[in-house]
Write a protein that binds this ligand. Sequence first.
Ligand SMILES: [Zn+2]
Length: 124
Amino acid sequence: MENWKEALDRGVLAVSVKTEAMVESGRVRSALTAARRDMEAAVNDLGFQYYNGWLSGGLDDAALLAACQRVQEIHGEVLALQNRLDRIQAGRRTAEGAAFCAACGKKLIPGSRYCDGCGAPVGR
Ligand SMILES: [Zn+2]
């Protein structure tokens, strides 16, 4: 009697962890799409500033610097979001039991909390 109940609880937990990861990855994915769009706009703006400067015969260094800094700022956001998405997806693969150790690359035993190759803790 206890066994099926425990197994059910474990299953429900696994499903909710998976669903949570899916919801979270959807959220991060749309933030990433928006950040990439902003990045594209910022790069376009930088190009336009440069072109305008060239047209008028004098590049505006302050405007170009500001445009470059804007690109750099958004690029940082894009990289951080991509990194977060990668980590969520690595965690989801772990939940699905087809994960590999991030530290040594050894195939992980489904459900294990530590790599049996190098002892590194397995991400969520
Ligand atoms: Zn390992």
